[in-house]
Design a protein around this ligand. Structure first.
Ligand code: PLP
Length: 334
């Protein structure tokens, strides 16, 4: 399995000093790390307003466990974390690099990480949305760990944690079991020193899913949708969908720019109702708050949204059909 571990890290552009461990999903990976951070090392847990619940909630329980305050900060107009120097001291910063609501990206991650490190803190990144279409956003940033899900990169259901070996070795390992020890006595055990990933992998692993992830990453490296690179393909589709949705009268677009996820709402027709009608027309969208409740309900104060998520299987015709169908529905529904 070493090749899949290496393949996952290199997919993100992280090779030297990083170790890949497998788990259930992004949420589980973030929780596994946060719940095993050593007590007494950190003075605060920091996250941002535009986070998925897997970060938003896990930072609450992490702060409680570490007995430190939790800070929720905004992002600047330029997309940076609005975090004062004094709030970076011995901070555990947990943030996404790409939002699952509007695809907005975090700017300044490398500088933030450098500064947080200098002040004795760490940075853990939620790359669940980034992993498929912009995995290199974490490359060269020196972040301490990146969590993503194989099921968001065309693989089976599986979580991936790519972490600096140093971070794994610093953990107060408390989820333990078979496969991670080299010796056991009546009241103690020795962890396997030469397999640092095993620190996050108690018990039998999902080997079938891990092999599947390896195949998915190989496929992603070679695939040429409609003869284009995945990046060019998804960028063109995103631009076209953004423009099409922006031109539908009465439809509000949450995104300020094109992205592979675009969220919208209508003042007149409930998003869940629209989603059902779109589904009947063979167009799969998601409706609701997409596990970003705090950001959407409390900060932006929006009604449930409709979200289009683009993948490499989509075509320009899909975009035309989606825009045309939604536009027609909004004209017809009362
Ligand atoms: C930005 C972001 N973070 C975290 C998650 C959680 O992923 P999982 O359900 O695989 O834990 C998602 C899933 O939608 C996401 O989009």
């Amino acid at each position: 399995m070493l090749d899949v571990r290496r393949s996952a890290a290199s997919w993100l552009g992280l090779s030297r000093h990083y170790v890949t461990a497998f788990t259930l999903n992004t949420s589980y990976g973030i929780n596994l790390l946060l719940q095993q951070l050593p007590r007494g090392e950190f003075s605060r847990v920091v996250t941002s307003t535009i986070e998925h619940n897997s970060v938003f909630l896990s930072t609450m329980t992490a702060a409680r466990r570490l007995s430190v305050p939790r800070q929720v900060v905004a992002r600047t107009a330029g997309g940076e974390l609005d975090l004062a120097a004094s709030d970076r001291e011995r901070a555990v910063v947990v943030v996404n690099v790409v939002s699952n609501v509007d695809g907005s990206t975090l700017a300044g991650l490398a500088e933030l990480t450098q500064d947080v490190h200098r002040r004795g803190g760490i940075v853990i990144v939620d790359a669940a949305q980034a992993a498929a279409h912009s995995p290199r956003l974490v490359a060269g940033t020196d972040v301490d760990a990146v969590c993503f899900s194989a099921h968001k990169v065309y693989g089976p259901s599986l979580g991936v944690v790519v972490a600096r070996e140093e971070l794994l070795r610093s953990l107060d390992v408390s989820f333990v079991g078979g496969g991670m020890v080299s010796g056991v006595s009546r009241d103690g055990f020795d962890l396997i020193p030469e397999e640092p990933w095993s620190l996050l992998e108690p018990g039998l692993q999902a080997w079938g899913e891990i092999i599947g992830l390896g195949a998915a990453l190989d496929w992603l490296r070679d695939v040429k949708p409609l003869g284009h690179s995945p990046h060019d393909h998804i960028t063109a589709l995103s631009a076209s969908l953004f423009q099409g949705l922006s031109e539908i009268p009465g439809l509000h677009v949450v995104n300020t720019e094109p992205a592979p996820v675009i969220s919208v709402w209508s003042d007149r027709v409930d998003a869940h109702r629209l989603a059902v009608f779109l589904s009947q027309a063979g167009i799969m969208v998601r409706s609701g708050y997409f596990c970003a409740h705090y950001w959407l309900t409390e900060v932006l104060g929006l009604p449930p949204l409709l979200r289009f998520s683009l993948g490499l299987h989509n075509t320009p015709e899909d975009i035309d059909t989606a825009v045309h169908t939604l536009s027609k529905l909004l004209r017809g529904l009362r």
